[in-house]
Design a protein around this ligand. Sequence first.
Ligand code: PLP
Length: 506
Amino acid sequence: MNSFLLVERVSYHKPNMPTAPYVNPRVLEAQFAVRGPIPMRAEQLQAQLRAETADGGTSVLPFTEIIHCNIGNPHAFSQKPLTFYRQVMALVDAPMLMEIDGVVAHLPSDVVARAKQYLQQSGDGKTGAYSDPTGHLWVREAVAAFIARRDGTTVAPDARNIIIADGATSAVRLIMQLFIAGPSDGVLIPIPQFPLYTAQISLFDGTAAAYYLDEGNQWGLNAQDLDGCVKQLKQSNASPRLLVVINPGNPTGQVFTRATMEGVAMTTTLFSSQMKCIKRTFMVLAACLRASARVILHMPSPYHNTSCISLHSTSKGIIGECSRRGGYMELLNIAPIHHAQIVKLCSINVCSNFNGQVMTALMCTPPVQGDASYPQFREEYDGIFSDLKERAASLAIELNTIKGITCNSVDGAIYAFPQIQLPHKYVARNDALCAAAPPAERMAADARWALELLEATGIVVVPGSGFLQPEGTFHFRTTILPPKTQMAAMTSSIRAFHTKINELYA
Ligand SMILES: Cc1ncc(COP(=O)(O)O)c(C=O)c1O
């Protein structure tokens, strides 16, 4: 198997009526399986279920609920928001609440103090005003202090190198926009990847070259494989501009070792010097939604000069505040021109949303021992953490007991990406169905599997083909988010469904 591949441009279905309204072909081309046809079908089934059971009726569907495992949306399940964060958010949003008798006395003193501090720092409470385009200075300083604490360094990064974003998504879009002007600009992405990256590359008309993660080695990244990607890009007259590293893995759930991240920095530096493009830029875009890409800074010369943009978000894990759209990027070893252009792009977008900025500051400054909120915060935080950890472990164990399904351990993300063995007859049946169907209804065999799983059980997962995967293999991505009892029901439904597929198409 090749360890790299140039991602083919997905051919979009051109409207054949000359009068069809015009749509940017780049938009038609962009794919986003996480919210694709299977979740759309799930919405229809959900509506049917609701309508049929509205007056105590019984649904004709073979399940009683839809279980959304397609999207990493922790609060959509039973995960509760952290009380301290929400209390501070509420007061910052509505300071007049503090004027109501008893409110301040009822709340922990650090909540009130923190809210007052944030209000004072945000233009004396003018929180509805635009902030600095890159985010309020106090938020960026909170992030810089957090990074220093986390990495055990005394020198915090310069707050000018922290850019607040509306979640990691808007940061990815901005960086892609900075570097992709057309097909001659290449981006190295992992396979499997989170489809945000290929979608953004499509939207900006860039060229994606993919390197494979090694499923047999806990979805490891072999930095030497990047070589093939760069050659592929060069053969198609594209220059590598960005290397996307997703850690912890989405959809794959693994955490790279320090040595892996060091290998990435070394390889990037090597390519840059070979191609004499240090100044012309080949940069690591590290979607390290939790771990630090700053290992680069501790490497010997010249590797510690690797240009890198590292992303973090308030959406995932224990915080799980997806809709607040909070997050930041840290610019490491960035040329002044890139910095200036990033600030310009932020200015064009005006500023990121204030609630996301507050959530980012809170993520970076949780209560500490001695604070009034600390005991409750600790209890809530540790409770969610141990619950996620337990679910991650039990999901992989359970899935591995199903004949025809194998799953690597979930080390640091809220996703698992199990491989499914599909019987040849099942794949052949899908080929036949596709051959007889209009182009818009054709699908990969694992998409058929995911659709049929949904119709039979109400479980919504995303087919591996939506993330790209090694040729001839089939996967699905599921989150680890359903609560324990629902998870047990879910794995037993998957077991029954896949066993039946094996029997029917043996
Ligand atoms: C690798 C990666 N990039 C970007 C995102 C988008 O995150 P956000 O909600 O912060 O926009 C996610 C979310 O799951 C992700 O896993």
